[in-house]
Design a protein around this ligand. Structure first.
Ligand SMILES: Cc1cc2nc3c(=O)[nH]c(=O)nc-3n(C[C@H](O)[C@H](O)[C@H](O)COP(=O)(O)OP(=O)(O)OC[C@H]3O[C@@H](n4cnc5c(N)ncnc54)[C@H](O)[C@@H]3O)c2cc1C
Length: 334
């Protein structure tokens, strides 16, 4: 009584002990308005690359100004302390007779929710589409070290690239693992306008306590390259859900995870054959139907995909991001 117990969204109810309301923020531009300075399209103060306002020799920096997004080229308002400090330096140099520029931002940001580190840089899929790109994404699981090393923590990494040029456009990471490291590395790739082939060969530090031998950043770049070169076909979890609901007769969702994982959670309507038993159970699969293969995050199901392809299956797809990307809470069932 008198305490919050859950929140109700359009399609589900989520139990909660506390609810945080994010009501949005606005730039404080009253002073600029009074001084008749130009405001930009975002509502924040317009400045040029020298951080000079529309009035000569009047400079502004920090949360009250808008910037240029280095990927989309659009004017954006992303007020962050990291940006304010760089802009302050540029203003300081310029007001004291120097010549410094602040080219813009990537929107790189990070925060922590309990043990979860949530980070992003560049554009997400929707923003990339709005900016005129044809975005592709790769979702991979990444550990803070080699998988056999004790105490490793995991983060899920999503990297976005342009289908046509291969240019890396953005990334997001979430989990207890090295979300910060993944995002900072990709932020550098964005600054250097790298494509997925260049990023896939980046020489990153490796030793078991610090990273898997093949960094998850590089794995994501390789997946993006494979997608661009159409090495395999894929399907999103949302598309799978749609097909199971609307065309279940012509569609098979094949789960290749281990028994322990299936007991924890399973997608209703899926056919379960562990990867190691796929070949001996191949007769259970109808190769006239469309088959989508999933595992936890997409790596084992890719092996399953290759096995089926080798056996002559044509209409097969790997589920992007696996069960990790399933849009609803799931229960276990054998
Ligand atoms: C809770 C919280 C957490 C945050 N965490 C992060 C983070 O983790 N990472 C990150 O990058 N950013 C973070 N930010 C954003 C970051 O704090 C701001 O982007 C940054 O402080 C902006 O610097 P600024 O100098 O533009 O403005 P401010 O730091 O707000 O400084 C403006 C100053 O001007 C003063 N002032 C206002 N009006 C007048 C006036 N008329 N006369 C004289 N003085 C005036 C104010 O009192 C204030 O001291 C966070 C913000 C909040 C609120």
């Amino acid at each position: 009584q008198g305490r919050v117990s859950s929140i109700r969204t359009a399609n589900q109810e989520i139990r909660a002990d506390a609810v945080l309301l994010s009501l949005g923020i606005r730039p404080r531009v009253e002073l600029a308005r009074q001084a008749d300075l130009r405001l930009g399209e975002t509502g924040a103060i317009w400045v040029n690359e020298r951080m000079e306002t529309s009035a000569e020799d009047v400079f502004a920096a920090g949360d009250c100004v808008e910037s240029t997004h280095l990927i989309s080229g659009k004017r954006v308002w992303i007020p962050l302390g990291s940006t304010a400090n760089k802009q302050g330096r540029v203003v300081g140099i310029n007001v004291s007779g120097g010549a410094a520029v602040f080219p813009g931002v990537l929107g790189t940001a990070i925060f922590k929710v309990f043990d979860f580190k949530v980070a992003k840089t560049g554009l997400n899929m929707r923003e990339a589409e709005q900016a005129g790109f044809s975005p592709l994404s790769a979702i991979v699981r990444g550990y803070s070290g080699a998988h056999y090393y004790p105490g490793m923590k995991e983060s899920v990494l999503k990297v976005i690239a342009d289908q046509k040029s291969g240019r890396i456009l953005g990334a997001q990471a979430v989990g207890e693992g090295p979300s910060d490291k993944f995002i900072d590395v990709i932020s550098m790739a964005l600054l250097g306008r790298m494509d997925c082939s260049t990023l896939g060969n980046a020489d990153l530090a490796y030793s078991p306590p610090f990273s898997p031998a093949l960094s998850p950043v590089l794995v994501a770049a390789h997946v993006l390259q494979n997608k661009r070169e159409k090495v395999f076909e894929w399907i999103t979890a949302d598309e799978v859900k749609n097909k199971l609901e609307r065309a279940a007769d012509e569609f098979v969702l094949l789960d290749v995870r281990e028994e322990k994982e299936v007991k924890e959670k399973r997608i209703p309507g899926s056919l379960w054959i562990p990867l190691g038993q796929l070949e001996e159970n191949i007769g259970k699969l109808d190769n006239k139907k469309e088959i989508a293969i999933h595992c936890h995050s997409g790596a084992r199901s890719y092996k399953g995909y290759l096995k089926l392809k080798h056996k002559g299956f044509k209409n097969i797809k790997n589920v992007d991001g696996g069960i990790l990307c399933w849009p609803e809470e799931l229960k276990g069932a054998l």
